[in-house]
Write a protein that binds this ligand. Structure first.
Ligand SMILES: C[S@@+](CC[C@H](N)C(=O)[O-])C[C@H]1O[C@@H](n2cnc3c(N)ncnc32)[C@H](O)[C@@H]1O
Length: 761
């Protein structure tokens, strides 16, 4: 992931967070402000009245649902990484080490609640702990567990994520060759899961997957949360963009014949902005703010994002619509509106059996739109004038006779009490033919070859001029977008000619500040130097590499896949790209080296198979442990400390500088462990260029004791406090000593003065 640059975002995300914290500190008056969630009143009469009216859960379960909503949420996490890496990690979670973490600090005779595996998540890769995230963070008893979760998260080996939020990516069913769009992606826990699915089958030495993920969010600041979140996965298959998803521009890619064609996605996640009342357990402040108008106000944007998503979806493709809200106005009402407009071109899919063990309720087929004052209406005509901007005709449920047309019961509702989670809503949609308003006869088909692939869209041919029912012009940007759509329609009607490219930056990207994404061309001067230094095989094309500067010294060199490069190169005028690429080489101006770039650990996985024998060595387990256990980068292990074969191999490396360290062995639990990392050969020592958390992870898999790496922040804090207090005491003593001396001096002076004044000789 590249460096960002922008006038609007010159302060880093973490800095902003710190500032925010600081701001709160300044204004916090415990008497006036409720800073603690423990004090938050977890009650809302409006919430109860509204959801009782909606029949959101059977009367018999109501008390249980509300009681669960008032409890804090358990901690859940997924084991991530490729299947091979994840299986090794699973051994750690299921093994003695993890039990020790839970036991630490607890009475040795006390029973501990072991982590629970989430039964519906494949391969036993998702777990839940009966302790809240806050308790883990705040309790000294869990400091080792906290260390573990933090380190493994930052090295990309686990992802802490709410259990229910893992469902949408699962039912999206992403394959490594899919083109995936995540429309509202930040902060990115689901995007991370989508990327992991692309890479799930990756084995060491394999090329990166063909597919890619376009992760979009409208909020520029939140896009950087995405950058941060996705960086730890080191994927060359993701691009982060910054658009209003309801106006996401049409994109183009190169077809097999070399001509440009519209990009249609195989999979789309539409995890729309919502009231989030399913997250009350995690965000209790919502209790206080809850009102019926909030959901009504979001219905419009939720519908527009979903509709735009379907326009970007290939025929035969799948889109998942999800919210963390219980409100039918944000859920079934949006889908009902969409399904009505799509006239059979989109269908709800029944995925109820695809996640065995997941307890859920079916989607609602009827509901009661309400105004903010909680008055419900059976039909739009009953809505008083004053509420007609809030309660819209499209929010009403289908009539009883029509209900069966839409299969809304195929939606999945997760209620908090069903399996001790947050509340959630998921619906899976398949696009079976072109949308009625898609004004061309042939739509791009999903990469998935199915019976649909032969289907032409007869209905759409008949209705080429049909528009979706709501076609009111809203904003300038929308007008621009419609113009862009019209352009594309023209492009498509002439299949033989590549569409024209707009040479100038258009309205969509004007004013957007980011360093450029500059891909290497075949004649890149640096490439022969990199090729010679790292013994790069000719199959590795330099055109997959990019930098973030047009001219001057290149700092980092990033790697992307050819498919992503094609997407970026063909849409620079349309897309507001925030970030892409994984760091492959880092500038390192070392006098002793001819090539001023070293290898970067982040991208090594994808380029190491192209690095020839001149710049790689195999090491034993003992060597690897020695290399990774070094905590002082200024004092790396000397070459003579390594095994004799490793010393010989190191001596054979022609120059100083970075090289690939290969290890092929077994984890402590006997699973195969194949790993590569960036080593650095100095004059008489060798070190690893690997982040601390990744070192700890590998050492842990090898069964090494990593307790030396653990930090007990409570102990440190107490020690620092004691040091501070001792310092203060010393200062006070010093001060009082000085005062005594000063007093004595003053007294002496007075005595002398008095003596002088007395006229004594
Ligand atoms: C529910 S959150 C998404 C959570 C995310 N999918 C995840 O799992 O981490 C909704 C996101 O939508 C973004 N958003 C709101 N309106 C949007 C719009 N019109 N287009 C794109 N993103 C939007 C918000 O900034 C927010 O990050």
């Amino acid at each position: 992931m590249g460096r960002r640059h922008g006038i609007r975002n010159s302060v880093s995300f973490s800095q902003k967070k710190r500032n925010q914290k600081h701001k709160h500190k300044d204004v916090w008056d415990p008497a006036k402000t409720r800073m603690n969630y423990v004090d938050t009143v977890r009650e809302s009469e409006a919430f109860y009245t509204y959801y009782k009216k909606q029949n959101v859960c059977p009367e018999s379960e109501w008390d249980q649902m509300i009681a669960t909503l008032k409890e804090t949420l358990p901690t859940s996490f997924r084991i991530s990484g490729s299947k091979m890496e994840a299986s090794a990690m699973l051994d750690v979670i299921e093994g003695q080490f993890f039990e020790e973490l839970l036991r630490a600090g607890v009475d040795p005779d006390a029973a501990i609640t072991p982590p629970k595996q989430l039964p519906w998540y494949p391969d036993r890769f998702a777990w839940q702990l009966d302790i809240s995230r806050k308790d883990i963070r705040r309790s000294e008893a869990y400091y080792r567990l906290h260390n573990f979760l933090i380190a493994e998260t930052s090295s990309g080996n686990i992802s802490r994520q709410e259990a229910v939020s893992m469902i949408p990516p699962l039912v999206l069913d992403v394959k490594p060759y899919h083109k995936v769009l995540d429309m509202c992606a930040a902060p990115g826990s689901k995007t991370a899961q989508l990327i992991e699915m692309l890479h799930a089958d990756h084995q060491p030495g394999d090329p990166p997957p063909e597919g890619f993920v376009v992760a979009n969010d409208m909020d520029n600041t939140r896009c950087y949360m995405l950058v941060h979140q996705l960086k730890r996965l080191s994927s060359p298959c993701v691009v982060i963009v910054n658009h209003d998803a309801s106006l996401l521009p049409n994109l183009q890619i190169s077809g097999q014949d070399g001509n440009l064609m519209p990009l249609k996605f195989d999979r789309i996640l539409c995890d729309v902005p919502c009231t989030g009342d399913g997250t009350l357990r995690k965000n209790p402040d919502i209790w206080e703010k809850w009102n019926a108008a909030n959901g009504n106000n979001l219905h419009g944007i939720q519908y527009r994002v979903a509709r735009r998503g379907l326009e970007h979806l290939a025929v035969g493709g799948r889109m998942v619509y999800s919210t963390c809200s219980l409100n039918p106005i944000e859920n079934e009402a949006v889908l009902h509106r969409i399904l009505q407009e799509c006239e059979g071109s989109v269908e709800l899919v029944d995925v109820s059996t695809s996640l065995p063990g997941l307890v859920h309720r079916p989607g609602m087929t009827t509901w009661i739109p309400c105004s903010k004052d909680l008055v419900g209406y059976e039909k739009y005509e009953d809505v008083p004038e004053q509420w007609r901007t809030q309660v819209r005709p499209s929010m009403f449920p289908p009539s009883t006779e029509d209900a069966s047309k839409y299969n809304l019961e195929r939606c999945i509702r997760i209620l908090p009490h069903l399996q001790n989670t947050g509340g959630f809503f998921v619906a899976v949609l398949n696009k079976v033919k072109a949308l009625p308003w898609e004004a061309h006869s042939k739509t791009r088909e999903s990469t998935d070859k199915g019976e649909l692939s032969e289907k032409m869209t007869e209905a759409s041919q008949e209705k080429t001029s049909n528009s979706p029912p709501v076609k009111k012009r809203r904003t300038d940007e929308e007008t621009i977008e419609e113009a862009a759509n019209a352009d594309e329609t023209q492009e498509k009607s002439n299949d033989t000619k590549p569409p024209k490219r707009n040479p100038k930056k258009n309205h969509l990207t004007r004013g957007f500040k980011e360093d450029p994404f500059v891909f290497f061309t075949e004649d890149e001067k640096l490439w022969p130097v990199l090729q010679a230094t790292y013994d790069l095989k000719p199959e590795l094309s330099c055109t997959s590499f990019l930098t973030r500067c047009e001219a001057g010294k290149k700092k980092n060199i990033y790697f992307t896949t050819p498919a992503l490069r094609d997407l970026i190169m063909n849409n620079t005028q349309r897309l507001k790209i925030v970030n892409t690429g994984v760091k492959a080489f880092v500038r390192c101006d070392n006098k002793a080296m001819e090539c001023c770039f070293r290898l970067a650990q982040e991208g090594l996985k994808y380029i190491e198979s192209f690095i020839g024998p001149k710049r790689r060595i195999k090491v034993t387990k003992e060597d690897l442990v020695l290399l990774l256990s070094c905590r002082d980068a200024s004092c790396p292990p000397e070459i003579e400390k390594y095994s004799t074969p490793t010393q010989e191999a190191l001596n054979k490396l022609e120059d100083r500088g970075s090289f690939v360290v290969e290890f092929e062995g077994k984890t402590a639990s006997g699973r195969p462990l194949v790993t590569t990392l960036v080593g650095w050969k100095g004059t008489c020592s060798v070190r690893a260029y690997v982040g601390l958390d990744e070192c700890v992870h590998t050492l842990r898999l090898l069964g090494e004791d990593v307790s030396d790496f653990e930090v007990n922040k409570f102990k440190n804090k107490a020690e620092n406090k004691a040091i501070e207090e001792a310092k203060n005491d010393e200062e006070i003593q010093q001060e009082s000593k000085q005062n005594v001396t000063a007093e004595d001096t003053e007294k002496n002076n007075v005595d002398v003065k008095e003596e002088n004044d007395s006229g004594n000789p």
